[in-house]
Design a protein. Structure first.
Length: 307
């Protein structure tokens, strides 16, 4: 297909995510950790437009602070486009435009959502029609959260988080997200986790991480009260160690009506689970009045989709 005959452009929307359960194994010789995650895609989205071009370029905007988001090959979306082009032998480029609404460096997988959306958009733009299974294989080469951003919904991730299997979840879960003005580096959080564990040699840590049965049962039943009792994140202590103020915000949210609060992924975004829509909106107002940027989202929602 010639460049002129290709569609004018493709728009794809991909969701951010929460880790309602996140268990981390010990540091491995290759520098990585085995993890077990229960992912839930939530209604905070990234929008990616892909347009025909002879070279690769990227522009970034959105409702969140995008200062410091790279627009060169350090950006995961641009790397996703190049990876797909190399895989299918595409000799042209693409002009990518991203509108970000997921907090940057907030532990909600915004960059991974951009990469997933780019894979789907370029696959459609270039007419490669690889199918979801092959796109998932490429996504796994880009990062642990990228395959889930393609899949969406609710899933269990093992290995580095990229070995995915869908998990049954019924109903709707309402969350209030509190966004920090200062991001956290995921590698820095893992490094801090290793440091904390070295300082507590008598504490047992999971050698073979898994998602607790209680989490799966709560998701299956659609019961937010049951899920609140099982929220857990092994990275939470490390995130709070690097940003101690998170502890006070967690306490405020739980004292203000949240069923439970948790650090989202590597943080510093906090996720508060509410009993229902009304409770979530009331909590959002309370946290906003206390000076925090609070967002109401719900899940699960679908993964990357052409819109």
């Amino acid at each position: 297909m010639s460049l002129a005959a290709r569609p004018e452009g493709v728009r794809v929307r991909a969701p951010g995510k929460l880790n309602v359960s996140f268990e981390v194994g010990p540091l491995q010789p290759d520098g990585y950790h085995a993890v077990a995650s229960a992912y839930q895609a939530v209604s905070l989205f990234e929008d990616v437009w892909a347009e025909p071009a002879r070279d690769f370029s990227l522009s970034v905007g959105g409702s969140v602070d995008v200062t410091g988001v790279p627009t060169d090959d350090r950006n995961l979306a641009l790397r996703a486009a190049r990876l797909l082009a190399h895989h299918i032998g595409h000799d042209g480029g693409v002009r990518l435009s991203i509108q970000k609404h997921v907090p940057v460096a907030g532990g909600m997988g915004g960059g991974s959502a951009d990469a997933a959306a780019t894979l789907l958009a370029c696959d459609a733009l270039w007419g490669s029609d690889l199918g979801m299974a092959r796109l998932q294989d490429l996504a796994a080469q880009l990062g642990a959260d990228v395959p889930f951003a393609l899949m969406g919904g609710t899933a269990i991730g093992l290995g580095r988080g990229d070995r995915l299997s869908p998990a049954l979840a019924t109903g709707r879960f309402d969350w209030v997200m509190v966004v920090s003005e200062v991001g956290l580096s995921t590698p820095a959080v893992y490094h801090e986790l290793d440091r904390l564990r070295e300082g507590a040699p008598g504490v047992l840590h999971p050698v073979d991480p898994s998602v607790p049965v209680g989490v799966l049962q709560a998701l299956r039943s659609g019961d937010p009260v049951a899920l609140a009792a099982h929220l857990s994140n092994d990275l939470q202590a490390a995130s709070i160690s690097l940003q101690p103020a998170l502890r006070e915000v967690l306490a405020l949210g739980e004292d203000s009506g949240a069923l439970a609060g948790i650090v989202s992924g590597s943080g510093p975004t906090l996720a508060f689970l509410a009993a229902d829509v009304t409770s979530a909106l009331e909590l959002q107002v309370t946290l906003s009045a206390a000076g925090h940027k609070a967002l109401h989202v719900h899940g699960p929602v679908p993964g990357a989709r052409i819109v």
